[in-house]
Design a protein around this ligand. Structure first.
Ligand SMILES: Cc1cc2nc3c(=O)[nH]c(=O)nc-3n(C[C@H](O)[C@H](O)[C@H](O)COP(=O)(O)OP(=O)(O)OC[C@H]3O[C@@H](n4cnc5c(N)ncnc54)[C@H](O)[C@@H]3O)c2cc1C
Length: 363
């Protein structure tokens, strides 16, 4: 250890999006007095990454029974615990509906939720229209009605977690991690504000992971998402969130907080094109938004009013939309937490708890 080396920390968490915040909060809650640094060059809730905006869907309908089970556990245990810790409701319960052609992904979803015994009904399209007259369910033979769903108030979660991490003694470092190296205490992180040393590290960098560790690029491919908000007679709790499972594309939408607006977008995979630059300036794509609006006109009666506003967001896509949470072979005291592909917010408390557990076993 050189004379100029900083004193060692217990844990350094790189990235303060929802995954990094959940991991830092879980580690500090489990180990009071933990010397923890949470490193991010941007302020909480910034609009350059994947975690901003006021709402996200929580649903248990997945094509993988393990993900169905994880989401049900998160819904039943982790989210209520977080609501109690943050002292406010974070989810407005309400149904989510899934439909699409029978030669698309829908049958796999139906089989997985049945296998997991999830509280999800397979309705006829007629019954789904009876329950939700504003939706056409055009071309559908059946509709999955997810009773374990709801709207997560994402911005309240982020703000509440950021405040709680500081209250629990987490040190916020507004800097960028520039490099990783082994160190006698565990790892060394060179940052734009100077070096940090810690017994363990968590890499929760979303679409920036490949920039810090190129070997991780294939499991965190940055793909921009163009999201619109259209005037419609919807509200959380009263109107369902929805997912159309097309043969070649998935679209989703949910009522925005406060009602009167539908948030909707294509789930862009980025297949067949180069990754986006996560640091590039962001501009909503009017062509992409117009294509979504056209779908809304096919799926809703009455259709939407003219686009009210738009936002851009960043997926970090991985093969099969899977999560790649594993120690770095070259730096065993660091854990890569590559968990996004456009669906990790609902699972963040569980992913964060598992990452914290891994780290605390090394501290
Ligand atoms: C449009 C959209 C809709 C979505 N809808 C849903 C939904 O309905 N339900 C759901 O469950 N999920 C949804 N998701 C997915 C979910 O929001 C993401 O999976 C989740 O936010 C990922 O969080 P993260 O912390 O991994 O990434 P991010 O929030 O991107 O955090 C990464 C952080 O790393 C920081 N960083 C970058 N470089 C460095 C560096 N060198 N050093 C330190 N820090 C650095 C960044 O500033 C950033 O804050 C959606 C995502 C998008 C984009």
């Amino acid at each position: 250890m050189g004379a100029l080396d900083p004193p060692a920390l217990d844990l350094v968490v790189l990235g303060a999006g929802i995954i990094g915040l959940c991991a830092a909060e879980a580690a500090l809650r489990a180990r009071p007095g933990l010397r923890l640094a949470l490193v991010d060059p941007r302020p909480p809730g910034h609009d350059q990454g994947a975690s901003h905006g006021s709402e996200r869907i929580i649903r248990a309908t997945y094509a993988d029974p393990a993900l169905v089970a994880d989401t049900l556990r998160c819904r039943a245990e982790h989210w209520p615990a977080l609501e109690a810790l943050l002292g406010q409701p974070l989810i407005t319960p309400g149904p989510a509906v899934f439909w699409g052609p029978e030669d698309g992904p829908l049958p796999a979803y139906a089989a997985a939720v049945a296998a997991a015994g999830a509280p999800i009904e397979a309705l006829s399209a007629a019954e789904a229209r009876r329950r939700c007259p504003s939706m056409t369910f055009a071309g559908a033979e059946r509709v999955l009605w997810d009773h374990a769903a709801g709207v997560i108030h994402a911005d309240l979660v982020l703000a509440g977690l950021a405040a709680r991490v500081e209250r629990l003694g987490g040190q916020r470092v507004q800097a960028a991690a520039l490099g990783l190296a082994p160190d006698p205490v565990g790892l060394r992180v060179d940052t734009s504000a100077g070096p940090l040393r810690a017994a363990a590290g968590l890499l929760c960098l979303g679409g920036w992971l490949g920039g810090l560790r190129p070997a991780s690029a294939p499991v965190a491919v940055p793909v921009r998402q163009h999201v619109g908000f259209w005037p419609m007679d919807v509200a959380p709790g009263r109107s369902p969130a929805w997912v159309h499972l097309g043969r070649d594309a998935l679209h989703y939408g949910l009522p925005a907080r406060g009602g009167g607006l539908m948030k909707a977008a294509l789930h862009a995979t980025g297949a067949g094109r180069p990754p986006d630059d996560p640091d590039a300036p962001i501009r909503p794509d009017p062509v992409a938004l117009a294509a979504v609006e056209e779908q809304l006109r096919a799926w809703f009666q009455p259709g939407p009013g003219p686009l009210r506003r738009a936002e851009v967001c960043l997926y970090a896509n991985a093969p099969g939309d899977a999560f790649f949470i594993e120690p770095l072979p070259e730096l065993p005291s660091a854990l890569q937490v590559a968990a996004c592909s456009g669906h990790a917010f609902k699972l963040a408390p569980l992913v964060g708890a598992r990452a914290a557990e891994w780290a605390l076993a090394r501290v």
